[in-house]
Structures are given as C-alpha cells and as structure tokens.
Design a protein around this ligand. Structure first.
Ligand SMILES: Cc1cc2nc3c(=O)[nH]c(=O)nc-3n(C[C@H](O)[C@H](O)[C@H](O)COP(=O)(O)O)c2cc1C
Length: 107
C-alpha cells in the first residue's frame, strides 16, 4: 500500500543553507534506495515536506524525521493512501514553497 504524507516544521536557527543541502542530498539517496519520493520546501526557517511511498517505509522515516534535532514543531498535515506516486522521478528534491501549495490544490 502506498501513502502520501505531508507535514510542516521549523528548522532550528543555527541550521545553515549548507546543512540543508547536505540533508537533502542524504535524504535523496536514502529515499531512492527505499522507494520513497518527495519534495521539500524551505522558506526562511519554515519547512514543508511531502513524502510518498510504501506505507511502512514512509511511517518509519517520518518517525526518524520527528525525532530529528535539527528542527522542531513537526505538524502532520495529511496522510492518505495513493494509487500512484506523484514525484516518482525523484528521491527528494527541494522546490519553492509556492510549488507545494500549487501541488496541494492539484492532487
Ligand atoms: C526537515 C527534514 C527532512 C528530512 N527528510 C528526510 C528524507 O526525506 N529522507 C531521509 O532519509 N532523511 C530525511 N531527514 C533526516 C532524518 O530525520 C534522519 O536524520 C535520517 O532518517 C537518519 O535517521 P537515523 O539517524 O535515526 O537513522 C530529514 C530531516 C529533516 C530535519
């Protein structure tokens, strides 16, 4: 069963662009190996991420993400079963926040 999960959070103030770049690279690698895809938007310190993939894999990853000390205030926005991944070409890509809003209205 495939699911899509969306959440928001806030990076801690000491997190730099370089940290986010490194995080995204590692995430892309892990996600690809685990059949997870998704997009990440960062605007200032605010984060929004959409993850999709096998239910167990996404839920396990989201547990790690919730424990991650680089951000706080994780709020799950939505989780729902899906027929087909929307971001299947990517493991994890960074996109502008406006793209996430646009996607949310076109899912
Ligand atoms: C905002 C944010 C988004 C993240 N997204 C992912 C992701 O998509 N894939 C991933 O493997 N790790 C992601 N991470 C990193 C995980 O939280 C965690 O560091 C990674 O799963 C390794 O966890 P472990 O040290 O418990 O094994 C993200 C971290 C943050 C702060």
């Amino acid at each position: 069963m495939l699911i899509r999960l969306a959440y928001t959070s806030t990076f801690k103030p000491h997190i730099t662009e370089a940290d986010i770049g490194e995080l995204t690279e590692k995430a892309a690698d892990f996600n690809k190996r685990n059949h997870i895809t998704g997009i990440l938007a960062v605007e200032g310190e605010r984060v929004c991420q959409i993850l999709e993939g096998p239910k167990e894999a996404v839920e396990k990853l989201f547990e790690s993400i919730q424990r991650d000390q680089r951000h706080f205030g994780v709020v799950e926005l939505d989780v729902a079963p899906i027929d087909k991944p929307r971001f299947e070409a990517w493991g994890m890509v960074r996109r502008p926040m406006v793209d996430i809003v646009t996607l949310a209205f076109s899912l």
